[in-house]
Write a protein that binds this ligand. Structure first.
Ligand code: ADP
Ligand code: MG
Length: 609
Protein backbone atom coordinates (compact mmCIF):
# COMPACT_ATOMS: atom_id res chain seq x y z
CA UNK A 1 0.00 0.00 0.00
CA UNK A 2 1.15 3.52 -0.78
CA UNK A 3 2.10 5.85 2.06
CA UNK A 4 -0.63 8.35 2.79
CA UNK A 5 0.84 10.94 5.12
CA UNK A 6 1.85 14.27 3.55
CA UNK A 7 3.09 17.50 5.04
CA UNK A 8 0.58 20.29 4.82
CA UNK A 9 1.64 23.05 2.50
CA UNK A 10 2.74 26.23 4.18
CA UNK A 11 -0.34 27.99 2.91
CA UNK A 12 -2.75 25.41 4.29
CA UNK A 13 -0.91 25.37 7.61
CA UNK A 14 -1.20 29.15 7.80
CA UNK A 15 -4.87 29.05 6.93
CA UNK A 16 -5.49 26.57 9.69
CA UNK A 17 -3.57 28.72 12.15
CA UNK A 18 -5.53 31.71 10.88
CA UNK A 19 -8.71 29.97 11.94
CA UNK A 20 -7.49 30.22 15.50
CA UNK A 21 -5.94 33.65 15.48
CA UNK A 22 -8.17 35.57 13.09
CA UNK A 23 -11.80 34.70 13.58
CA UNK A 24 -13.25 38.02 12.54
CA UNK A 25 -12.15 41.50 11.53
CA UNK A 26 -11.90 42.49 15.18
CA UNK A 27 -9.26 39.82 15.83
CA UNK A 28 -7.08 41.26 13.07
CA UNK A 29 -7.62 44.74 14.51
CA UNK A 30 -6.50 43.55 17.92
CA UNK A 31 -3.31 41.93 16.59
CA UNK A 32 -2.43 44.92 14.45
CA UNK A 33 -2.98 47.46 17.22
CA UNK A 34 -0.97 45.34 19.62
CA UNK A 35 1.91 45.10 17.18
CA UNK A 36 1.94 48.88 16.88
CA UNK A 37 2.01 49.21 20.67
CA UNK A 38 4.76 46.60 20.92
CA UNK A 39 6.74 48.65 18.39
CA UNK A 40 6.58 51.59 20.84
CA UNK A 41 4.40 53.74 18.63
CA UNK A 42 3.15 56.97 20.22
CA UNK A 43 0.64 57.67 17.49
CA UNK A 44 -1.62 54.99 16.05
CA UNK A 45 -4.35 55.31 13.45
CA UNK A 46 -6.99 52.69 12.79
CA UNK A 47 -8.87 52.93 9.52
CA UNK A 48 -11.87 50.71 8.91
CA UNK A 49 -14.08 50.31 5.86
CA UNK A 50 -17.23 48.22 5.68
CA UNK A 51 -16.84 46.90 9.23
CA UNK A 52 -13.36 45.64 8.40
CA UNK A 53 -14.58 43.41 5.59
CA UNK A 54 -13.19 45.72 2.93
CA UNK A 55 -10.28 47.32 4.75
CA UNK A 56 -8.47 47.32 8.07
CA UNK A 57 -5.47 49.59 8.14
CA UNK A 58 -3.20 50.46 11.04
CA UNK A 59 -0.64 53.22 10.65
CA UNK A 60 1.90 53.66 13.43
CA UNK A 61 5.01 55.70 14.08
CA UNK A 62 6.74 52.87 15.89
CA UNK A 63 10.12 51.29 15.25
CA UNK A 64 9.43 50.20 11.68
CA UNK A 65 11.23 47.24 10.13
CA UNK A 66 14.26 46.60 7.96
CA UNK A 67 13.57 45.02 4.54
CA UNK A 68 14.55 41.58 5.84
CA UNK A 69 12.47 41.88 9.01
CA UNK A 70 9.54 43.10 6.97
CA UNK A 71 9.66 39.95 4.87
CA UNK A 72 10.31 37.74 7.93
CA UNK A 73 7.41 39.18 9.89
CA UNK A 74 4.97 37.22 7.71
CA UNK A 75 6.60 33.86 8.42
CA UNK A 76 4.90 31.65 10.92
CA UNK A 77 6.63 31.57 14.32
CA UNK A 78 8.60 34.65 13.31
CA UNK A 79 8.85 36.99 16.25
CA UNK A 80 11.34 39.49 17.54
CA UNK A 81 9.90 39.21 21.02
CA UNK A 82 11.23 35.96 22.43
CA UNK A 83 14.54 34.33 21.76
CA UNK A 84 14.64 31.64 24.43
CA UNK A 85 12.21 29.75 26.61
CA UNK A 86 13.21 31.87 29.62
CA UNK A 87 11.90 34.95 27.84
CA UNK A 88 8.44 33.51 28.21
CA UNK A 89 8.59 34.18 31.91
CA UNK A 90 9.55 37.81 31.61
CA UNK A 91 7.53 38.73 28.57
CA UNK A 92 6.08 42.23 28.65
CA UNK A 93 4.91 42.63 25.08
CA UNK A 94 1.38 41.92 23.90
CA UNK A 95 2.33 39.43 21.20
CA UNK A 96 5.11 36.87 21.22
CA UNK A 97 3.94 33.82 19.31
CA UNK A 98 4.74 35.20 15.89
CA UNK A 99 1.52 33.92 14.38
CA UNK A 100 -0.59 36.97 13.75
CA UNK A 101 0.88 38.40 10.56
CA UNK A 102 1.35 34.97 8.99
CA UNK A 103 -2.27 34.14 9.76
CA UNK A 104 -3.62 37.43 8.46
CA UNK A 105 -1.57 37.15 5.26
CA UNK A 106 -3.04 33.69 4.66
CA UNK A 107 -6.60 34.94 4.53
CA UNK A 108 -6.41 38.46 3.09
CA UNK A 109 -4.74 40.77 0.61
CA UNK A 110 -2.09 42.53 2.61
CA UNK A 111 0.07 45.53 1.89
CA UNK A 112 2.78 46.64 4.29
CA UNK A 113 4.87 49.78 4.08
CA UNK A 114 7.49 50.12 6.75
CA UNK A 115 10.59 52.15 7.45
CA UNK A 116 12.99 52.29 10.35
CA UNK A 117 13.67 55.74 11.73
CA UNK A 118 17.35 55.51 10.80
CA UNK A 119 16.70 54.29 7.24
CA UNK A 120 16.48 56.46 4.16
CA UNK A 121 13.92 54.39 2.35
CA UNK A 122 11.21 52.01 3.36
CA UNK A 123 9.97 48.66 2.12
CA UNK A 124 6.70 47.80 0.46
CA UNK A 125 5.45 44.24 0.49
CA UNK A 126 2.25 42.92 -1.07
CA UNK A 127 1.09 39.46 -0.03
CA UNK A 128 -2.07 37.63 -1.03
CA UNK A 129 -2.96 34.30 0.51
CA UNK A 130 0.59 33.75 1.81
CA UNK A 131 2.09 34.43 -1.63
CA UNK A 132 4.47 37.38 -1.87
CA UNK A 133 3.45 39.40 -4.94
CA UNK A 134 5.76 42.36 -4.58
CA UNK A 135 8.66 43.45 -2.44
CA UNK A 136 10.29 46.73 -3.31
CA UNK A 137 11.83 49.85 -1.78
CA UNK A 138 9.41 52.71 -1.35
CA UNK A 139 9.12 56.18 0.11
CA UNK A 140 7.14 56.18 3.35
CA UNK A 141 7.00 57.70 6.83
CA UNK A 142 9.06 56.13 9.61
CA UNK A 143 6.96 53.44 11.24
CA UNK A 144 4.63 50.90 9.73
CA UNK A 145 1.43 51.00 7.75
CA UNK A 146 -0.37 47.69 7.32
CA UNK A 147 -3.46 47.36 5.11
CA UNK A 148 -5.57 44.24 5.26
CA UNK A 149 -8.04 44.10 2.40
CA UNK A 150 -10.93 41.75 1.71
CA UNK A 151 -10.46 39.59 4.76
CA UNK A 152 -11.33 35.93 4.09
CA UNK A 153 -11.55 36.62 0.34
CA UNK A 154 -10.18 33.11 -0.22
CA UNK A 155 -12.16 31.37 2.56
CA UNK A 156 -15.79 31.89 1.53
CA UNK A 157 -17.10 29.77 4.39
CA UNK A 158 -15.53 32.20 6.85
CA UNK A 159 -16.53 35.28 4.94
CA UNK A 160 -20.15 34.17 4.83
CA UNK A 161 -20.03 33.37 8.49
CA UNK A 162 -19.31 36.99 9.41
CA UNK A 163 -22.09 38.75 11.28
CA UNK A 164 -23.87 41.92 10.29
CA UNK A 165 -21.76 45.05 9.89
CA UNK A 166 -23.21 46.41 13.12
CA UNK A 167 -22.01 43.40 15.07
CA UNK A 168 -18.59 43.20 13.45
CA UNK A 169 -18.07 46.91 13.90
CA UNK A 170 -19.07 46.70 17.54
CA UNK A 171 -16.45 44.02 18.06
CA UNK A 172 -13.86 46.22 16.42
CA UNK A 173 -14.82 49.14 18.62
CA UNK A 174 -14.52 46.87 21.65
CA UNK A 175 -10.97 45.92 20.71
CA UNK A 176 -10.04 49.51 19.96
CA UNK A 177 -11.48 50.59 23.29
CA UNK A 178 -9.45 48.03 25.20
CA UNK A 179 -6.15 48.93 23.59
CA UNK A 180 -6.83 52.67 23.84
CA UNK A 181 -7.70 52.33 27.54
CA UNK A 182 -4.63 50.27 28.24
CA UNK A 183 -2.30 52.84 26.66
CA UNK A 184 -3.44 56.37 27.54
CA UNK A 185 0.04 57.71 26.79
CA UNK A 186 -0.38 56.75 23.15
CA UNK A 187 -2.43 58.93 20.80
CA UNK A 188 -5.10 57.08 18.82
CA UNK A 189 -7.31 57.96 15.92
CA UNK A 190 -10.11 55.84 14.60
CA UNK A 191 -11.66 56.35 11.17
CA UNK A 192 -14.75 54.46 10.15
CA UNK A 193 -15.85 54.66 6.50
CA UNK A 194 -14.01 57.93 6.09
CA UNK A 195 -15.36 59.59 9.23
CA UNK A 196 -13.20 60.28 12.25
CA UNK A 197 -14.87 58.56 15.18
CA UNK A 198 -12.22 59.13 17.81
CA UNK A 199 -9.23 61.38 18.21
CA UNK A 200 -7.60 60.51 21.50
CA UNK A 201 -4.74 62.71 22.63
CA UNK A 202 -2.03 61.20 24.81
CA UNK A 203 -2.80 61.94 28.45
CA UNK A 204 -3.85 60.58 31.81
CA UNK A 205 -5.93 57.46 32.27
CA UNK A 206 -8.77 59.58 33.57
CA UNK A 207 -8.72 61.82 30.51
CA UNK A 208 -8.65 58.73 28.31
CA UNK A 209 -11.66 57.17 30.02
CA UNK A 210 -13.64 60.37 29.67
CA UNK A 211 -12.62 60.93 26.04
CA UNK A 212 -13.39 57.37 25.10
CA UNK A 213 -16.41 56.43 27.16
CA UNK A 214 -18.12 59.75 27.68
CA UNK A 215 -18.00 62.85 29.81
CA UNK A 216 -20.62 61.44 32.17
CA UNK A 217 -17.78 59.43 33.71
CA UNK A 218 -15.91 62.53 34.72
CA UNK A 219 -17.72 62.91 38.05
CA UNK A 220 -18.20 59.25 38.71
CA UNK A 221 -14.65 57.95 38.92
CA UNK A 222 -13.05 56.84 42.16
CA UNK A 223 -9.31 56.31 41.95
CA UNK A 224 -7.84 53.04 43.12
CA UNK A 225 -4.19 52.74 43.90
CA UNK A 226 -2.45 50.10 45.97
CA UNK A 227 1.17 49.19 45.53
CA UNK A 228 3.03 46.34 47.17
CA UNK A 229 5.92 44.07 46.35
CA UNK A 230 3.57 41.41 45.17
CA UNK A 231 1.18 43.36 43.06
CA UNK A 232 0.24 46.85 41.97
CA UNK A 233 -3.37 47.75 41.42
CA UNK A 234 -4.36 51.05 39.96
CA UNK A 235 -7.10 52.57 37.89
CA UNK A 236 -10.63 53.72 38.53
CA UNK A 237 -13.87 52.26 39.71
CA UNK A 238 -17.25 53.90 39.22
CA UNK A 239 -19.35 55.36 41.97
CA UNK A 240 -22.35 53.18 42.76
CA UNK A 241 -24.67 55.47 40.79
CA UNK A 242 -22.65 54.80 37.66
CA UNK A 243 -23.42 51.08 37.86
CA UNK A 244 -25.37 49.76 34.91
CA UNK A 245 -27.81 46.98 34.30
CA UNK A 246 -25.76 45.76 31.40
CA UNK A 247 -22.26 44.44 31.43
CA UNK A 248 -19.57 45.78 29.15
CA UNK A 249 -18.02 48.62 31.10
CA UNK A 250 -15.67 46.42 33.07
CA UNK A 251 -12.05 46.34 32.09
CA UNK A 252 -9.21 44.40 33.67
CA UNK A 253 -5.73 44.64 32.32
CA UNK A 254 -2.97 42.41 33.55
CA UNK A 255 0.45 43.71 32.61
CA UNK A 256 -1.15 45.78 29.86
CA UNK A 257 -3.20 42.93 28.46
CA UNK A 258 -6.99 42.98 28.53
CA UNK A 259 -8.42 39.97 30.28
CA UNK A 260 -11.75 38.62 31.36
CA UNK A 261 -11.78 36.89 34.65
CA UNK A 262 -14.99 36.01 36.41
CA UNK A 263 -13.23 35.43 39.69
CA UNK A 264 -11.59 38.84 39.81
CA UNK A 265 -14.80 40.43 38.58
CA UNK A 266 -16.53 38.85 41.53
CA UNK A 267 -13.95 40.35 43.84
CA UNK A 268 -14.86 43.81 42.57
CA UNK A 269 -18.60 43.25 42.64
CA UNK A 270 -18.56 41.97 46.20
CA UNK A 271 -16.74 45.13 47.27
CA UNK A 272 -19.89 47.01 46.23
CA UNK A 273 -22.16 44.81 48.26
CA UNK A 274 -25.04 46.84 49.62
CA UNK A 275 -24.13 49.81 47.43
CA UNK A 276 -25.57 48.68 44.15
CA UNK A 277 -28.61 46.64 43.31
CA UNK A 278 -28.34 42.96 42.68
CA UNK A 279 -27.82 42.42 38.99
CA UNK A 280 -26.17 45.80 38.44
CA UNK A 281 -22.57 45.98 37.35
CA UNK A 282 -20.08 48.50 38.65
CA UNK A 283 -17.91 50.32 36.16
CA UNK A 284 -14.19 49.69 36.43
CA UNK A 285 -10.94 50.09 34.57
CA UNK A 286 -8.33 48.33 36.66
CA UNK A 287 -4.73 47.59 35.95
CA UNK A 288 -2.99 44.80 37.77
CA UNK A 289 0.73 44.61 37.49
CA UNK A 290 2.49 41.56 38.71
CA UNK A 291 5.84 39.95 38.05
CA UNK A 292 5.25 38.20 34.70
CA UNK A 293 6.65 35.04 36.25
CA UNK A 294 3.63 34.92 38.55
CA UNK A 295 1.13 35.31 35.75
CA UNK A 296 0.72 32.58 33.21
CA UNK A 297 0.74 34.34 29.87
CA UNK A 298 1.25 31.18 27.95
CA UNK A 299 -2.42 31.00 27.24
CA UNK A 300 -4.06 31.12 23.87
CA UNK A 301 -3.53 34.53 22.26
CA UNK A 302 -7.16 35.15 21.45
CA UNK A 303 -8.67 33.89 24.67
CA UNK A 304 -8.58 36.64 27.21
CA UNK A 305 -7.95 34.37 30.11
CA UNK A 306 -5.08 34.24 32.47
CA UNK A 307 -3.85 32.19 35.38
CA UNK A 308 -2.18 33.45 38.51
CA UNK A 309 0.09 31.79 40.92
CA UNK A 310 -2.19 32.66 43.79
CA UNK A 311 -5.70 33.69 42.80
CA UNK A 312 -7.10 33.63 46.32
CA UNK A 313 -4.71 36.27 47.48
CA UNK A 314 -5.37 38.32 44.35
CA UNK A 315 -9.07 38.09 45.05
CA UNK A 316 -8.88 39.29 48.62
CA UNK A 317 -6.35 41.91 47.79
CA UNK A 318 -8.38 43.35 44.96
CA UNK A 319 -11.60 43.37 46.98
CA UNK A 320 -9.87 45.11 49.86
CA UNK A 321 -8.26 47.69 47.59
CA UNK A 322 -11.63 48.67 46.19
CA UNK A 323 -13.47 48.75 49.49
CA UNK A 324 -10.68 50.89 50.73
CA UNK A 325 -11.01 53.33 47.85
CA UNK A 326 -14.78 53.52 48.15
CA UNK A 327 -14.41 54.19 51.85
CA UNK A 328 -11.73 56.80 51.43
CA UNK A 329 -13.91 58.64 48.98
CA UNK A 330 -16.81 58.47 51.39
CA UNK A 331 -18.81 56.16 49.30
CA UNK A 332 -19.04 53.15 51.53
CA UNK A 333 -18.85 52.92 55.29
CA UNK A 334 -15.43 51.60 56.15
CA UNK A 335 -16.63 50.29 59.47
CA UNK A 336 -17.74 46.86 58.45
CA UNK A 337 -14.78 45.68 56.47
CA UNK A 338 -14.50 41.97 56.59
CA UNK A 339 -10.92 41.35 55.76
CA UNK A 340 -8.99 38.22 56.20
CA UNK A 341 -5.73 38.29 58.10
CA UNK A 342 -3.49 38.35 55.03
CA UNK A 343 -5.15 41.46 53.85
CA UNK A 344 -5.26 43.19 57.17
CA UNK A 345 -1.51 43.07 57.34
CA UNK A 346 -1.08 44.87 54.01
CA UNK A 347 0.27 48.35 54.65
CA UNK A 348 -2.16 50.02 52.29
CA UNK A 349 -5.12 48.59 54.15
CA UNK A 350 -3.76 49.91 57.40
CA UNK A 351 -3.82 53.52 56.30
CA UNK A 352 -5.71 55.25 59.06
CA UNK A 353 -9.21 56.47 58.44
CA UNK A 354 -9.37 59.77 60.24
CA UNK A 355 -12.23 60.66 62.59
CA UNK A 356 -13.14 63.40 60.21
CA UNK A 357 -13.41 60.97 57.31
CA UNK A 358 -15.44 58.59 59.41
CA UNK A 359 -17.72 61.43 60.42
CA UNK A 360 -18.21 62.41 56.82
CA UNK A 361 -19.04 58.88 55.92
CA UNK A 362 -21.62 58.60 58.64
CA UNK A 363 -23.23 61.85 57.65
CA UNK A 364 -23.31 60.94 54.00
CA UNK A 365 -26.58 60.20 52.36
CA UNK A 366 -25.40 56.84 51.18
CA UNK A 367 -24.37 55.69 54.57
CA UNK A 368 -27.71 56.60 56.02
CA UNK A 369 -29.71 55.14 53.22
CA UNK A 370 -27.71 52.00 53.57
CA UNK A 371 -27.78 51.84 57.33
CA UNK A 372 -31.42 52.73 57.79
CA UNK A 373 -33.03 51.05 54.81
CA UNK A 374 -30.68 48.12 54.91
CA UNK A 375 -31.68 47.86 51.27
CA UNK A 376 -29.68 48.73 48.23
CA UNK A 377 -32.70 50.18 46.52
CA UNK A 378 -32.99 52.84 49.20
CA UNK A 379 -30.11 54.58 47.48
CA UNK A 380 -30.90 57.53 45.27
CA UNK A 381 -29.41 57.09 41.88
CA UNK A 382 -29.95 60.41 40.20
CA UNK A 383 -31.82 63.66 40.34
CA UNK A 384 -34.43 62.40 37.97
CA UNK A 385 -35.04 59.59 40.37
CA UNK A 386 -35.74 62.06 43.14
CA UNK A 387 -38.24 63.76 40.92
CA UNK A 388 -40.27 60.68 40.22
CA UNK A 389 -40.10 59.64 43.81
CA UNK A 390 -41.69 62.90 44.75
CA UNK A 391 -44.33 62.26 42.14
CA UNK A 392 -44.94 58.82 43.46
CA UNK A 393 -45.42 60.05 46.98
CA UNK A 394 -48.00 62.46 45.72
CA UNK A 395 -49.68 59.89 43.57
CA UNK A 396 -49.85 57.48 46.47
CA UNK A 397 -51.29 59.95 48.95
CA UNK A 398 -54.70 58.60 49.94
CA UNK A 399 -57.39 61.03 48.82
CA UNK A 400 -59.63 60.00 51.72
CA UNK A 401 -58.29 63.00 53.57
CA UNK A 402 -60.83 65.74 54.06
CA UNK A 403 -61.02 67.75 50.89
CA UNK A 404 -60.56 71.01 52.75
CA UNK A 405 -57.05 69.86 53.65
CA UNK A 406 -56.18 69.13 50.04
CA UNK A 407 -53.86 71.46 48.29
CA UNK A 408 -55.85 73.85 46.10
CA UNK A 409 -54.42 72.41 42.87
CA UNK A 410 -55.80 68.99 43.69
CA UNK A 411 -59.22 70.43 44.47
CA UNK A 412 -59.34 72.20 41.17
CA UNK A 413 -58.51 69.12 39.21
CA UNK A 414 -61.03 67.00 41.09
CA UNK A 415 -63.17 67.45 38.02
CA UNK A 416 -61.10 64.70 36.46
CA UNK A 417 -62.31 62.13 38.96
CA UNK A 418 -63.44 59.23 36.84
CA UNK A 419 -65.16 57.11 39.47
CA UNK A 420 -67.24 57.47 42.62
CA UNK A 421 -64.34 58.41 44.86
CA UNK A 422 -63.21 54.82 45.10
CA UNK A 423 -59.78 55.44 43.70
CA UNK A 424 -57.28 57.33 45.75
CA UNK A 425 -56.32 59.71 42.99
CA UNK A 426 -58.48 61.30 40.40
CA UNK A 427 -58.11 59.24 37.28
CA UNK A 428 -59.47 59.01 33.82
CA UNK A 429 -58.78 56.56 31.05
CA UNK A 430 -58.71 57.96 27.54
CA UNK A 431 -59.54 55.45 24.80
CA UNK A 432 -58.09 52.65 26.90
CA UNK A 433 -54.57 53.81 26.20
CA UNK A 434 -53.81 56.92 28.18
CA UNK A 435 -54.37 57.28 31.88
CA UNK A 436 -54.75 60.79 33.21
CA UNK A 437 -54.22 61.35 36.88
CA UNK A 438 -53.88 64.40 39.05
CA UNK A 439 -50.85 65.13 41.12
CA UNK A 440 -50.05 68.04 43.36
CA UNK A 441 -48.37 70.15 40.76
CA UNK A 442 -50.55 69.35 37.77
CA UNK A 443 -51.62 66.35 35.80
CA UNK A 444 -49.76 63.30 34.73
CA UNK A 445 -50.44 61.39 31.50
CA UNK A 446 -49.45 57.77 31.69
CA UNK A 447 -48.98 55.70 28.55
CA UNK A 448 -50.71 52.52 29.69
CA UNK A 449 -48.96 50.02 27.40
CA UNK A 450 -45.54 51.40 28.13
CA UNK A 451 -46.19 51.52 31.85
CA UNK A 452 -47.20 47.90 31.69
CA UNK A 453 -44.07 47.15 29.74
CA UNK A 454 -41.94 48.66 32.48
CA UNK A 455 -43.85 46.82 35.21
CA UNK A 456 -43.65 43.45 33.41
CA UNK A 457 -39.97 44.01 32.75
CA UNK A 458 -39.10 44.64 36.36
CA UNK A 459 -41.16 41.69 37.50
CA UNK A 460 -39.40 39.46 34.97
CA UNK A 461 -36.06 40.81 36.07
CA UNK A 462 -36.80 40.08 39.71
CA UNK A 463 -37.91 36.60 38.84
CA UNK A 464 -34.89 36.12 36.66
CA UNK A 465 -32.53 37.15 39.41
CA UNK A 466 -34.26 34.99 42.00
CA UNK A 467 -34.79 32.20 39.50
CA UNK A 468 -38.42 31.96 40.53
CA UNK A 469 -40.26 32.19 37.22
CA UNK A 470 -43.22 29.88 36.92
CA UNK A 471 -44.14 28.12 33.70
CA UNK A 472 -47.68 27.53 32.60
CA UNK A 473 -48.29 24.24 30.81
CA UNK A 474 -50.03 24.53 27.48
CA UNK A 475 -52.86 22.16 26.72
CA UNK A 476 -51.89 21.43 23.15
CA UNK A 477 -48.14 21.82 22.74
CA UNK A 478 -47.39 23.37 19.38
CA UNK A 479 -44.48 22.14 17.30
CA UNK A 480 -42.42 24.78 15.81
CA UNK A 481 -40.02 24.45 12.92
CA UNK A 482 -37.20 26.83 12.04
CA UNK A 483 -34.48 27.22 9.46
CA UNK A 484 -31.19 25.53 10.31
CA UNK A 485 -29.42 28.71 11.37
CA UNK A 486 -32.34 29.93 13.49
CA UNK A 487 -32.66 26.51 15.08
CA UNK A 488 -29.07 26.81 16.29
CA UNK A 489 -29.82 30.20 17.75
CA UNK A 490 -32.91 28.91 19.50
CA UNK A 491 -31.05 25.87 20.78
CA UNK A 492 -28.56 28.27 22.32
CA UNK A 493 -31.30 30.30 23.92
CA UNK A 494 -33.21 27.42 25.49
CA UNK A 495 -31.66 27.75 28.91
CA UNK A 496 -32.39 31.48 29.03
CA UNK A 497 -35.91 30.93 27.79
CA UNK A 498 -36.48 28.29 30.45
CA UNK A 499 -35.43 30.84 33.01
CA UNK A 500 -38.25 33.15 31.96
CA UNK A 501 -40.85 30.40 31.92
CA UNK A 502 -40.67 28.70 28.53
CA UNK A 503 -40.63 24.94 28.50
CA UNK A 504 -39.30 24.04 25.07
CA UNK A 505 -37.92 20.69 23.97
CA UNK A 506 -35.95 20.02 20.81
CA UNK A 507 -37.78 17.48 18.64
CA UNK A 508 -35.09 16.33 16.27
CA UNK A 509 -34.02 18.24 13.21
CA UNK A 510 -34.81 21.99 13.59
CA UNK A 511 -38.12 21.31 15.36
CA UNK A 512 -39.14 22.24 18.84
CA UNK A 513 -42.18 21.54 20.99
CA UNK A 514 -43.42 24.36 23.20
CA UNK A 515 -44.91 22.76 26.29
CA UNK A 516 -44.93 25.63 28.74
CA UNK A 517 -45.06 29.42 28.49
CA UNK A 518 -44.54 32.30 30.92
CA UNK A 519 -47.75 32.98 32.83
CA UNK A 520 -48.06 36.55 31.55
CA UNK A 521 -48.01 35.52 27.91
CA UNK A 522 -51.26 34.93 26.05
CA UNK A 523 -51.68 31.42 24.67
CA UNK A 524 -51.09 31.47 20.94
CA UNK A 525 -48.47 34.18 21.16
CA UNK A 526 -45.58 31.91 22.02
CA UNK A 527 -44.58 31.58 18.38
CA UNK A 528 -44.28 35.32 17.87
CA UNK A 529 -42.49 35.72 21.18
CA UNK A 530 -39.95 33.05 20.28
CA UNK A 531 -39.48 34.55 16.81
CA UNK A 532 -38.73 37.89 18.35
CA UNK A 533 -36.19 36.39 20.71
CA UNK A 534 -34.44 34.48 17.92
CA UNK A 535 -34.39 37.57 15.73
CA UNK A 536 -32.89 39.63 18.50
CA UNK A 537 -30.24 37.06 19.36
CA UNK A 538 -29.11 36.75 15.77
CA UNK A 539 -27.92 40.30 15.86
CA UNK A 540 -26.16 40.42 19.16
CA UNK A 541 -22.49 40.60 19.85
CA UNK A 542 -21.05 37.33 21.10
CA UNK A 543 -19.88 38.80 24.36
CA UNK A 544 -23.02 40.68 25.22
CA UNK A 545 -24.09 38.03 27.69
CA UNK A 546 -25.77 40.30 30.12
CA UNK A 547 -27.25 42.79 27.71
CA UNK A 548 -28.69 39.70 26.06
CA UNK A 549 -30.65 38.98 29.24
CA UNK A 550 -31.77 42.54 29.32
CA UNK A 551 -33.00 42.45 25.75
CA UNK A 552 -34.64 39.10 26.25
CA UNK A 553 -36.57 40.41 29.22
CA UNK A 554 -37.47 43.62 27.42
CA UNK A 555 -38.78 41.70 24.41
CA UNK A 556 -40.91 39.49 26.64
CA UNK A 557 -42.18 42.45 28.62
CA UNK A 558 -43.29 44.14 25.41
CA UNK A 559 -45.16 41.02 24.35
CA UNK A 560 -46.82 40.67 27.72
CA UNK A 561 -47.78 44.31 28.07
CA UNK A 562 -49.61 44.04 24.84
CA UNK A 563 -51.97 41.47 26.39
CA UNK A 564 -52.76 43.10 29.69
CA UNK A 565 -56.46 43.70 30.19
CA UNK A 566 -57.85 47.17 29.59
CA UNK A 567 -58.07 49.14 32.77
CA UNK A 568 -61.78 49.71 33.09
CA UNK A 569 -61.76 49.21 36.87
CA UNK A 570 -60.56 52.20 38.90
CA UNK A 571 -58.79 49.85 41.34
CA UNK A 572 -56.76 48.50 38.45
CA UNK A 573 -55.93 52.01 37.35
CA UNK A 574 -54.63 52.87 40.78
CA UNK A 575 -52.74 49.60 40.91
CA UNK A 576 -51.04 50.43 37.64
CA UNK A 577 -49.87 53.76 39.00
CA UNK A 578 -48.71 52.19 42.26
CA UNK A 579 -46.86 49.42 40.48
CA UNK A 580 -45.29 51.81 38.04
CA UNK A 581 -43.91 54.01 40.76
CA UNK A 582 -42.68 51.06 42.73
CA UNK A 583 -40.37 50.33 39.79
CA UNK A 584 -36.69 51.13 39.99
CA UNK A 585 -36.99 53.25 36.88
CA UNK A 586 -40.61 54.15 36.27
CA UNK A 587 -40.09 56.96 33.80
CA UNK A 588 -38.90 54.91 30.83
CA UNK A 589 -39.65 51.65 29.10
CA UNK A 590 -36.78 49.16 29.07
CA UNK A 591 -35.78 50.49 25.66
CA UNK A 592 -35.95 54.09 26.75
CA UNK A 593 -39.32 55.47 25.67
CA UNK A 594 -41.22 57.72 28.08
CA UNK A 595 -43.89 56.05 30.16
CA UNK A 596 -45.49 59.27 31.32
CA UNK A 597 -45.40 63.02 30.94
CA UNK A 598 -46.21 65.68 33.47
CA UNK A 599 -48.14 68.80 32.67
CA UNK A 600 -47.46 71.24 35.44
CA UNK A 601 -50.06 73.73 36.45
CA UNK A 602 -47.94 76.62 35.15
CA UNK A 603 -47.69 74.93 31.79
CA UNK A 604 -51.44 74.39 31.69
CA UNK A 605 -51.99 78.00 32.68
CA UNK A 606 -49.63 79.10 29.94
CA UNK A 607 -51.46 76.96 27.39
CA UNK A 608 -54.71 78.58 28.35
CA UNK A 609 -53.10 81.98 28.00
P1 ADP B 1 4.28 38.63 17.47
O1 ADP B 1 3.66 39.97 17.72
O2 ADP B 1 3.65 37.57 18.26
O3 ADP B 1 5.77 38.64 17.57
P2 ADP B 1 3.30 39.00 14.80
O4 ADP B 1 3.00 38.02 13.72
O5 ADP B 1 2.18 39.83 15.30
O6 ADP B 1 3.96 38.19 15.97
O7 ADP B 1 4.46 39.92 14.30
C1 ADP B 1 5.68 39.33 13.90
C2 ADP B 1 6.84 40.30 14.08
O8 ADP B 1 6.71 41.36 13.15
C3 ADP B 1 6.89 40.96 15.44
O9 ADP B 1 7.58 40.17 16.38
C4 ADP B 1 7.60 42.27 15.13
O10 ADP B 1 8.99 42.07 15.15
C5 ADP B 1 7.20 42.56 13.70
N1 ADP B 1 6.12 43.56 13.60
C6 ADP B 1 4.80 43.31 13.40
N2 ADP B 1 4.09 44.46 13.34
C7 ADP B 1 4.97 45.46 13.53
C8 ADP B 1 4.84 46.90 13.60
N3 ADP B 1 3.65 47.52 13.46
N4 ADP B 1 5.98 47.62 13.78
C9 ADP B 1 7.18 47.00 13.92
N5 ADP B 1 7.34 45.66 13.89
C10 ADP B 1 6.27 44.88 13.69
MG1 MG C 1 1.72 40.46 17.31
Amino acid sequence: MADVIELLSEHIANQIAAGEVVQRPASAVKEMLENAVDAHATDIQLIIKDAGKELIQVIDNGSGMSPVDARMSFERHATSKIKSIEDLFTIRTMGFRGEALASIAAVAQVEMKTRRHDAETGTRIVIEGTEVKTQEPCATQPGTSLSVKNLFYNVPARRNFLKSNTTELRNIVDEFTRVALAYPAVGFRFWNNGTEQHRLEPGSLKARIVALLGSSYEKNLVPVEQRTDLLNIYGFVGKPQAATRTRGMQFFFINGRFIRNAYLNHAVVQAYEGLIENGSFPFYVLFLEADPARVDVNVHPTKQEVKFEDDRLMYSYLGAAIKHSLARYNIAPSLDFTLNADIQRLPSVNLPVTDRQRDDVQKSYLFNAFASGGQAHAIERSDSMKQWKELYEIAATPSVMPSAAMPPETQQSAAFTGSEGKSRNSMMLIQGSLLVTTVKSGIMLIHVRRAQERICYERLLREWNNETTASQQVLFPATYELGAADALVLQDALADLARIGFDISPMGKNSFAVQGIPPGLAAGEEKQAIDEVVEQMKHESPDAVSSRTDKLLATMARRMAHNVQALSQPENQQMLVDELFACAQPDLTPDGRKTFVMLRKEELDAMLG
